[in-house]
Ligand binder design. Structure first.
Ligand code: AMP
Ligand code: FE
Ligand code: FE
Ligand code: ZN
Length: 281
């Protein structure tokens, strides 16, 4: 089973990279993509946790935003982590998330919610990419809401009055830099409308021109019509289709291997990458 999109506590998942590798092996995953948000911080631990039976595909899920303000997540796999421009994009995004979190918190405080930056930091492992899920966890810890889901639905969703964005590259820039760093670029859950506005079919042409390799079609946040539309786009542009769990540990219901990529499609993608090798024990 090939699962190319997962998270650890180096971003908003709950397992350590070592725990993720162990669980994936136990679940029968044979190729595991590690794609924490805007960071490569889990790569070394995951690599050192590898055992025979599982291949590791190092990557990151880059938070991008269109000029119209629509959030787009781009999975970069097998890129060179030493590529300075790509590393800078990841660093800028992570740095900007701190001031952004302070602004969301101050909006919540103005609305009467008792929550502080310290409460949020307490939900985060050292050096992890800070995100709304950590704020959600802090709101749960303070018994303001019951779950991450409720926190997002009531207070933290993209159209909430408390929402604040953070610096993000455009999806075209994210794709260009993944490709320059020798990686492959896959758009994650492009039509996951529960999270907010999604991009139009027309906006795929510039993404393909920038070097987009594939579309994550099989994902729990895609409806059957969403998947159908994705397939039409894949056919139009000759893209590669993937499927993945977007596992976040106990942070989300998503289970390892619940959606997968075929070995045929993975082999096409892997053959295109020049920035990094699949890691084997
Ligand atoms: P941020 O990057 O800080 O804007 O937070 C976005 C992250 O929050 C996504 O990567 C998801 O992991 C998570 N997320 C977004 N929408 C929801 C939701 N409705 N319920 C739970 N988690 C969500
Ligand atoms: Fe996430
Ligand atoms: Fe995502
Ligand atoms: Zn993800």
């Amino acid at each position: 089973m090939i699962d190319l999109h997962t998270h650890t506590n180096v971003s908003d998942g709950t397992d350590t990279p070592r725990e993720l590798v162990n669980k994936a092996l136990a679940q029968g995953i044979t190729v595991l993509g590690l794609t924490d948000h805007d960071t490569v911080g889990g790569w070394d631990e995951a690599t050192s946790a590898l055992r025979p039976g599982i291949d590791l595909v190092l990557g990151s899920e880059i938070s991008a935003q269109t000029v119209d303000g629509i959030s787009v997540h781009i999975l970069g796999l097998l890129f060179d982590r030493h590529n300075a421009e790509l590393a800078q994009i990841l660093t800028d995004t992570r740095d900007n998330r701190i001031g952004r979190m302070e602004r969301i918190i101050s909006k919540l405080n103005s609305a009467g919610y008792d929550i502080t930056m310290e409460d949020v930091q307490a939900q985060l492992s050292q050096g992890a990419t800070l995100g709304r899920p950590h704020l959600a966890d802090a709101l749960v810890a303070k018994k303001i809401v019951k779950s991450r889901e409720e926190a997002f639905n009531e207070l933290l969703h993209n159209s909430s009055p408390h929402y604040v964005g953070h610096y993000s590259p455009t999806p075209e820039v994210a794709i260009e830099h993944i490709k320059k760093a020798g990686g492959v670029a896959i758009i994650a859950h492009p039509f996951a409308s529960l999270r907010g506005r999604t991009i139009s079919v027309e906006s795929f042409a510039p993404l393909v021109a920038a070097g987009l390799d594939g579309i994550e079609i099989e994902h729990r946040d895609h409806s059957t019509p969403d998947r159908q539309l994705c397939r039409e786009i894949v056919n139009t542009y000759g893209l590669i289709e993937t499927g993945s769990s977007d596992y976040h540990g106990t942070g989300k219901l998503n289970l390892l291997g619940e959606s997968t990529t075929t070995s045929e499609n993975w082999e096409i993608l892997a053959a295109r990458a020049t920035g990094g090798e699949v890691v084997r024990a």
